[in-house]
Design a protein around this ligand. Structure first.
Ligand code: IVH
Length: 698
């Protein structure tokens, strides 16, 4: 049946009207009709399109949720790379002065030249997106990814009502709009409340919630998540007479029907920028969304062009941050958590307090050394700081508010000198800030990590025993120590096949891999035990030196010190580990089921490719979990650190890498992707990255 001209005209009119109301409601936040009336028009259009499918256009307001779940997000090469932005970490006015100084120097302006005009705007704390409009129709949306290649999220983005499926007015043949997908704080609170009620994952902050909601394989899920969007720039443009300024661009984007944040202004010279920075600081708390600073851009596009870029950052733009947010609250108690390396971490239980857009109920106190240094006591009023994504921390007590004398806190005393997870002894070396559980393989907090390490490629190499399976095996109480892996009463085909994501076939393969790992070498075995400070190289040296496991197990400090590169610190780590009866039990059980030749083949000692190097991991890597990446780095003698500093040697960045990547770029730390890391770890000629696999050159 052909649709009548009348039906065609009615559908077109309804679409135009609905688009107008959507824009008024979602972009301008000024509804033009009651919700019920909107729904009525929407249903009329739906009915019309159902009766006359030939009337349906791909961009009808009724098609927002149409996409089907996809197996993975496809890669999209950006026509114009999505750059990052230099961050000014000096949070005072000086930040604006430095940026303006750099711009003036680069433009060759002397003191007599008039101030440069900038466009000042907010730095939204979400994730960057590229929206491609062809002849005014949204055809593709992609995340930033590594800047050159992102992930396609078109179907997901189509569900955001703030993003027009068609631009208003006279749209050019190609217009790529760049901006930030974010979640409002109130939406975030509501989402988390309903996630919690449904027994589902709650998000730590609005940014993570936005990222998690956008990068869904099922657009139906994104559609139910309250995401928002602001446009702040352009990607590829064809057939458009560009405005002369960035301000003009944003005005034009607003006229096309895109949401542009109202908190922006032209600002002259460093004074104008600093004024904006201060004004927005005053506004920050009352904004409905998180910002982590402001952004300044040279307003004239011709000047932007002549300023150009340095290492993937435009010279014409800068992010000027705000100091981390701090609030006062009461320290109610201190809990002790055991980390994956056995470190006992004191965690502050706080009277709930709202800071930086989230309610904080606990914060890290780092370790006993920090508690002593700050002299924090239970019952104190304390200052809590939250900076971006970082775990909130207790900055220190407010001494004047301590009304009665409170006892000093002692972690070892608080736990009765034993690990709260497994009851093993806790030791804190002289001059050491951190107290550690000596339970090693026996401690559940450490045993998942210990199992992964034991099974890793450079240790006894159980192919296919990854994160997911270890988690299930340990959580279900099936396996606690590496020795349990070889106990057929615990680990057998039936048990393995019953795990999530495991079929009969994978179960058979995994059993075979476990069986194969019984044949190993003494060096791999010693390395696999995961003693602190005993990396692959040291394990090889120990194996070569002692030849037999029993000689190693009986070695006294003096004997250990004869091994090349074993000093008192390493020797003590070994002795502490072997002093624990639990560890010895596991070792003797393993001795029953594993075999290795008595003496190692004499190989040239090979230093780990990363020996002595500090590595920071950030973002999601394509194939390695964080633990696997950590195990790889550690197996190569490197250390994985939590934060980037001048001492960091490499940052390994995956998708959605955030502030750590930015910091690394600022400090000029070498940045690798997963391939780059793997290449570094390859034995041959792998002492320096060769530029391939690096995300950002220097
Ligand atoms: S402009 C060439 N403007 O900050 C400059 N970015 O590293 C490209 N961001 O993740 C960015 N608010 O998504 C620009 N008003 C704003 C921004 C902004 C937030 C984010 C952006 C990216 C990071 C830049």
């Amino acid at each position: 049946m052909m649709a009548s001209d009348e039906a065609y005209a009615r559908a077109a009119a309804l679409r135009a009207e609905l688009e107008r109301h959507e824009h008024a409601y979602y972009v301008l936040a000024a509804p033009t009709i009651p919700d019920a009336e909107f729904d009525r028009l929407f249903q009329e259009l739906q009915a019309l399109e159902a009766a006359h499918p030939e009337l349906l256009t791909p961009n009808s307001p009724t098609t927002r949720v149409g996409g089907r779940p996809s197996p993975e997000l496809a890669a999209v090469a950006h026509a114009v790379p999505m750059l990052s932005i230099h961050t000014e970490t000096d949070t005072t006015d000086q930040g604006a002065v430095s940026f303006d100084g750099r711009v003036r120097r680069a433009l060759g302006l002397d003191e007599s030249a008039p101030p440069v005009t900038y466009a000042a705007e907010l730095k939204f704390d979400g994730l960057a997106i590229n929206l491609r409009y062809e002849s005014g129709v949204l055809v593709q949306a992609a995340t930033r990814g590594d800047g050159s290649t992102g992930e396609e999220v078109t179907a997901n983005v189509r569900t955001l009502r703030r993003i027009p499926l068609r631009l208003q007015g006279d749209a050019p043949p190609v217009l790529e709009v760049r901006g930030e997908i974010y979640m409002r704080r109130d939406d975030f609170q509501r989402l988390n409340a309903s996630q919690e009620a449904a027994g589902q994952k709650v998000f730590v902050n609005p940014r993570n919630a936005a990222a998690g909601s956008l990068r869904q394989l099922d657009p139906g899920i994104t559609a139910r998540r309250p995401l928002s969007f602001f446009a702040y720039g352009l990607g590829e443009v064809q057939g458009w007479t560009m405005p002369a300024t960035h301000t003009g661009v944003l005005d034009a984007l607003a006229a096309f029907g895109l949401p542009v944040c109202e908190h922006r202004r032209r600002a002259d010279g460093p004074e104008g920028l600093a004024q904006f920075h201060r004004d927005m600081a005053a506004l920050r708390e009352s904004l409905p969304f998180d910002i982590d600073g402001v952004v300044y851009k040279v307003d004239r596009l011709d000047l932007q062009q002549s300023l150009g870029f340095v290492s993937r950052e435009p010279r014409w733009a800068v992010a000027h941050k705000y100091p981390a947010e701090e609030v006062a609250t009461r320290l109610l108690d201190i809990d002790v958590q055991v980390g994956r390396t056995g470190a006992l971490t004191p965690v502050a239980r706080l009277e709930p307090v709202f800071v930086g857009g989230v309610t904080v109920t606990n914060a890290t106190l780092h370790n006993q050394g920090e508690i002593d240094r700050k002299d924090v006591r239970i019952g104190d009023w304390v200052i809590v700081r939250r900076a971006g994504d970082v775990i909130p921390e207790v900055v220190g007590p407010i001494a004047e508010r301590r009304e009665v004398e409170l006892p000093r806190y002692d972690l070892l005393e608080a736990v009765g000198h034993v690990c709260p997870e497994c009851g093993s002894h806790v030791v804190r070396g002289e001059d050491e800030a951190v107290a550690r559980c000596t339970g090693g393989l026996f401690c559940p907090a450490q045993c998942k990590q210990a199992l992964l390490h034991f099974a890793s490629r450079r240790a006894v190499d159980v192919d296919g025993l990854g994160d997911q399976i270890v988690n299930q095996l340990v959580s279900a109480g099936i396996v606690r120590t590496p020795a349990d892996l070889y106990d057929s009463a615990r680990v057998n085909q039936e048990v393995l096949a019953g795990l999530e994501r495991m079929g009969e076939k994978s179960a058979i393969n995994l059993l075979a891999a476990i069986d194969k790992s019984r044949d190993t070498s003494l060096a791999r075995f010693i390395f696999g035990l995961g003693m602190r400070n005993v990396g692959e190289t040291t394990a090889k040296d120990l194996a070569r030196h002692f030849g037999k496991l029993n000689l190693f197990l009986k070695a006294k400090e003096e004997a250990l010190l004869e091994v090349p590169d074993v000093g008192p610190v390493v020797a003590h780590c070994i002795l502490d580990f072997l002093a624990e009866p639990h560890n010895l039990n596991v070792i003797s059980a393993l001795q029953e089921v594993m075999h290795w030749p008595e003496t190692e083949p004499a190989a040239r000692p090979q230093a780990g490719a990363l020996s002595g190097k500090k590595v920071v991991l950030t973002g999601t890597l394509p194939s390695l979990s964080r633990d696997e990446a950590t195990a790889l780095v550690e197996a190569a003698g490197g250390k994985v650190a939590g934060s980037v500093s001048k001492k960091t040697d490499y940052v390994v960045a995956g998708s959605d890498a955030g502030s750590k990547l930015e910091k690394a770029q600022q400090l000029g730390v070498t940045i690798l992707d997963e391939d780059g890391l793997r290449r570094l770890l390859e034995p041959a000629g792998a002492d320096a990255p060769d530029g391939q696999g690096m995300l950002f050159g220097e």
